[in-house]
Design a protein around this ligand. Structure first.
Ligand code: ATP
Length: 717
């Protein structure tokens, strides 16, 4: 009896959760034995569990109960080489990076196994001839389904493994090519390679040494095709399969009607049960293969495997990134576009704001409302008794308004002016009373003034308050216009102009500048959010696409560990984040002259760490989400609260206490504040206001990475 390469014992596998109604076994009491050096054809209808069984054999999924032995060890055990270089696995999906060329795809797996470039080139030429591969420079994404399948098969064969596991390798291929592939597999088997192959073409399996017929997760029978035909007294395998299926149906039916307990347990006699292999000792007795675990052939290749794997994954990631123009543009140009957009759009005064004016004072003058255009008018005249005569001061006020970009449109009546506001032609309406200048003179010079004097010297304003920012701007400019107007009047009357100033004087600011700009306030928050988001989106997208395309899975079967994939990604992404950090700083500090007092190195470090934080958040999204859509929903759903609560849109001092506490724990609040303090106050890193932001960022990096590793470790597979 030939030694077995693969033994599966009493295997049970379930998907989903126990308490759900559709919780039923995908593999059920399954026994299977594949001797070394044979081709084992695994046949079965769609959904019967073939792929699940293969993924348990290559160590990507775990059985719920039962055992799997592969090449003398248990898949996943240290030193077993499975997953790893002893197996060549071609999954049902193409599982190749779409941006790979044909050559890259084959070389990628060769490099993982530590193959030298010369050997790889020879092997590539050989496989190109055997499988009629398209030209080596063609991109995978431009190939037909059949061509992609052949490249995928070549990738599984490249390192001449001991065990080949091929999930439907011949689907959609030309019959002549199929025949050639089978001939090649037969030759490999003669040379000692074990092949497990699933196929839908029952005819094909006649060439296998042994076939196993799988239905509803149960292996109905397994033996050589000739023996199966003889046992079931049939001329072809289809009929034999049909007979087995009918028998299985009958047995299940009978069992259901006779057994009251354990309806799911099939009597052992009804399915294949090889009682030879009950333990590692039995297995080794049968296979005489403790040596399999420690064999001499075991692998030199494994020794240098780690270096090869890192190299392979690094080259893959660079190719993936560099051949993806969208990704490149997004990563390199987007930070510049974002920062330029921010500085170009935010903080500038609104322009072309028009205000309706009803000037009763001017209207009553001999020149009417055009009097304000007359430059020869004397507005203020000093009398001999040193009192001041004032005339048409409303014109001065309007001049001050225009200097502040509030342009006036004259109306005859208040009703017309208010109507213009209601129609949104103007942002507000002002009315100057008929005796404005005289009443104002009395109001200022007299110690007391009657109500009618106060009324006559008051400008009425009706403002459109529906736009918060514009309203504030109009109000502020009116205040400023009034202050300038009042000072001008006092100056003209040779009086102390500070008298009209509110009796509070704003001295030299402790931090910042007197007329602080909103841009300088918002910029730190905007910069930390941009760099965080970009890294999170790029990372989650790359990782999810690797997973969805099956590249992650296939690389794992080839022996690449998740942490190796992550480490390579971290290195590459860190370089990208570094570039993004410099780009943003150059645009902000050099291009837009954003003021800063603190150390630029500390600023760069904080931005870089924020990028790393975003990258780790992207990792977390990619391991939590099974699709782009879900990751997009979670990303958008989490980013908005983070931005809203971080204090750049509204001060956290105005939030309820609980929300304030939450906002401090978020990744933008304290880092944005630290960056602002660094820029405006220039305080050193040792100040808690600065290192607090660093600590939160580092906390997020550690927290999200820890969650990723926990998720990867305890995910049910
Ligand atoms: N991750 C999963 N979660 C839940 N159910 C799954 C999962 N993967 C497979 N299944 C279910 O398990 C059953 C067996 O699937 P499997 O892919 O192993 O079948 P298969 O024989 O390879 O089918 P096919 O030939 O169509 O690929 C199917 O009913 C499938 O829907």
């Amino acid at each position: 009896m030939a030694a077995p390469a693969v033994v599966v014992k009493r295997a049970y596998k379930y998907y989903g959760k126990k308490d759900k109604p559709d919780y039923k076994p995908v593999l059920e009491y399954l026994d299977m034995t594949v001797e070394k050096g044979i081709i084992y054809g695994l046949l079965g209808p769609s959904g019967c569990g073939k792929t699940t069984l293969l993924s348990c054999i290559v160590g990507r999924r775990k059985l719920d109960s039962g055992e799997v032995w592969v090449l003398g060890g248990k898949p996943g055990e240290k030193g077993s080489g499975v997953p790893g270089p002893r197996v060549g696995y071609m999954p049902q999906d193409i599982a190749l990076v779409a941006e790979f060329t044909v050559r890259d795809a084959v070389y990628y797996f060769g490099r993982i196994y530590g193959m030298k470039t010369k050997k790889l080139a020879e092997r590539f030429d050989f496989l190109t001839n055997l499988l009629e591969l398209p030209s080596g420079g063609r991109l995978i994404k431009t190939l037909s389904g059949g061509q992609q399948r052949r490249v995928s098969l070549a990738a599984a064969l490249v390192h001449e493994p001991e065990l080949l596991i091929l999930d439907e390798p011949t689907v959609g291929l030309d019959p002549v090519l199929r025949e050639r592939i089978w001939e090649f597999l037969a030759e490999q088997a003669r040379n000692g390679t074990t092949v497990i192959i699933t196929t839908h073409y029952i005819d094909e399996t006649k060439q296998a040494h042994k076939i196993g017929l799988l239905r509803d997760g149960q292996l109905l029978d397994e033996d050589s095709p000739e023996e199966i035909l003889r046992r079931y007294d049939c001329n072809n395998l289809e009929d034999a399969f049909l007979k087995m299926a009918l028998r299985q149906h009958e047995l299940t039916h009978r069992r259901r009607s006779t057994l009251t307990g354990s309806p799911d347990v099939i009597p052992e006699s009804s399915i294949v049960n090889d009682s030879r292999y009950q333990s590692r000792e039995d297995f080794n007795v049968v296979t005489s293969s403790t040596d399999v675990l420690t064999s001499k052939e075991k692998p030199e290749r494994i020794k240098n495997g780690k270096k090869g794997r890192y190299k392979a994954v690094l080259i893959k990631s660079i190719q993936q990134f560099s051949r993806h123009p969208g990704g490149l543009i997004f990563s390199i140009l987007f930070p510049i576009v974002q920062v330029v957009a921010f500085f170009s759009a935010i903080g500038h005064d609104p322009r072309d704001l028009h205000v309706a004016v009803v000037n009763h004072e001017a209207a009553m003058s001999p020149l009417g409302i055009d009097i304000c255009r007359n430059k020869s008018i004397t507005y203020v005249a000093q009398r001999e008794d040193e009192t001041c005569e004032q005339y048409m001061l409303s014109c001065w006020f309007l001049e001050e308004m225009e200097k502040r970009k509030l342009f006036t449109i004259m109306y005859n009546t208040t009703a017309e002016a208010k109507h213009a506001v209601a129609k949104r032609k103007v942002y507000g309406a002002l009315r100057f009373p008929q005796n404005f200048s005289d009443a104002l003179a009395l109001r200022v010079t007299e110690g007391h003034a009657e109500d009618d004097i106060v009324e006559e010297s008051t400008i009425s304003a009706w403002i459109d308050m529906s736009d918060h920012q514009i309203t504030n701007f109009v109000k502020l400019q009116l205040h400023k216009a009034y202050e300038a107007f009042a000072r001008r009047t006092m100056r003209a009357c040779q009086k102390n102009e500070d008298l009209v100033q509110i009796p509070v004087r704003f001295e030299e600011p402790v931090f910042g500048v007197a007329d602080a700009e909103i841009v300088a306030y918002m910029a730190p928050g905007v910069m930390v959010t941009i760099i965080f988001f970009l890294a999170a989106i790029v990372t989650s997208t790359l990782m999810i696409s690797d997973r969805l395309e099956g590249v992650w899975e296939r690389s794992a079967v080839a022996g690449v560990q998740p942490k190796e994939m992550l480490q390579v990604h971290i290195v590459l992404q860190s370089i990208v984040i570094l570039v993004q950090t410099f780009e943003m700083m150059i645009v902000a500090y050099l291009g837009y002259k954003l003021p800063y007092k603190g150390s630029l190195v500390t600023i760069a470090c904080l931005l870089f760490l924020q990028g790393l934080g975003g990258m780790c958040f992207g990792f977390l999204l990619s391991v939590l989400c099974s699709s782009y859509t879900l990751s997009f929903f979670i990303a958008t759903g989490s980013f908005y609260p983070m931005i809203l609560l971080c204090g750049i849109l509204w001060p956290i001092e105005g939030m309820p206490n609980v929300l304030r506490l939450i906002s401090f724990a978020l990744p933008f609040t304290l880092p944005a504040k630290s960056l602002r303090d660094l820029m405006e106050k220039g305080i050193p890193f040792t100040n808690p206001d600065i290192y607090g932001g660093f600590l939160i960022t580092i906390g997020w990096i550690i927290g999200t990475l820890a969650l990723c590793f926990l998720r990867l470790r305890y995910r049910k597979i």
